[in-house]
Design a protein around this ligand. Structure first.
Ligand SMILES: [Zn+2]
Length: 301
């Protein structure tokens, strides 16, 4: 398998596995539509086949969080053009996955890319996720501003704060807090209304993921608007429900393990009936059981 990050076959495979096959069936990349939603304050969200894009729009220009995939860049530019004439001045990557960074090289020549250190490391070396291999990005696609704990960009009249929350979805996850607009972009630490994908091979872990979501809940105000990595824009109740799902389904799988059941037995039996439909969007109930099981039974757990 070619490791070219940009081949259409790779893109479609990634999207069909990362985003959910049903969103792409009968829909090739050329016909994918980018939808725009006003979120709050200066912040908008763009939705397409891949990770949700957050946008700050104002007198300073635009700042975007994540960038979907290269074949969609012209459509993303068109959607941004509808929001204003300002240029994109900064691009933030919430983590390295190709459905969030797949267009980095289209933006990096004109806007500095900002990300956690580990994201630059992963984007500059060969990576694997969901059975696919990705070669290093060209230099113009790599983050040029990197940080370890947090970083603030003062832009469009507010502090836009990128905060590293380690070891949840990957080892480079950040959440982005738009302090005056009262919006947080969670990256893939939040899949709204569906079981999440957790990349154990990139340093992710279900327990750490749950702890990171809890840490965000402790820090955000009640009336916040939340852009998830996947799914519709939500509020704090949606994030609380997601956190409850994480803790309850983890407890269920833990109880099965303690009674001596194998992963296969757990997968055959457990449908997480308190969360109907959550396994129909992207990650199925058996896949979710497997991620929890792997996190609970790892040698260093
Ligand atoms: Zn991801």
């Amino acid at each position: 398998m070619s490791s070219s990050r940009l081949s259409v076959g790779t893109v479609l495979l990634v999207l069909s596995s990362l985003v959910g096959v049903q969103t792409l069936l009968g829909q090739d990349m050329a016909s994918a539509v980018i939808e725009t939603r006003e979120v709050a304050g200066n912040v908008y969200a763009l939705f397409g086949p891949g990770g949700n894009i957050g946008v700050s729009v104002g007198d300073d220009g635009m700042l975007i969080v994540d960038d979907l995939m290269a074949p969609l860049t012209e459509r993303v530019r068109g959607a941004l053009g509808e929001l204003g004439e300002g240029k994109v001045k900064f691009l933030l990557n919430t983590h390295w996955h190709p459905d969030h960074t797949g267009a980095n090289q289209d933006w990096g020549g004109s806007a500095p890319i900002v990300a956690h250190h580990n994201v630059r490391h992963r984007l500059s070396t060969q990576q694997e996720v969901l059975g696919m291999t990705y070669g290093p990005l060209p230099a113009e696609g790599l983050p040029v501003v990197t940080f370890t704990d947090s970083l603030s960009i003062h832009f469009n009249g507010e502090e836009i704060r990128a905060i590293h929350l380690p070891g949840g979805h990957t080892d480079g996850d950040i959440v982005v807090w738009f302090s005056q607009s009262n919006v947080v972009h969670m990256g893939d630490l939040f899949f709204n209304g569906m079981f999440p994908f957790i990349d154990l091979g990139s340093g992710g872990d279900v327990l750490q993921f749950t702890g990171n979501v809890s840490a965000v809940l402790d820090r955000i105000p009640e009336n916040v608007r939340i852009i998830p990595g996947h799914g519709p824009v939500g509020d704090i109740e949606d994030l609380r429900r997601f956190h409850t799902m994480l803790t309850e389904t983890t407890a269920i799988v833990r109880a099965h393990i303690e009674t001596g059941k194998s992963l296969e037995e757990i997968q055959a039996e457990e449908t997480f009936d308190d969360y109907p439909g959550w396994g129909d969007v992207f990650i199925t109930a058996p896949q979710w059981s497997a991620m929890i099981h792997a996190s609970l039974t790892r040698e260093d757990a």
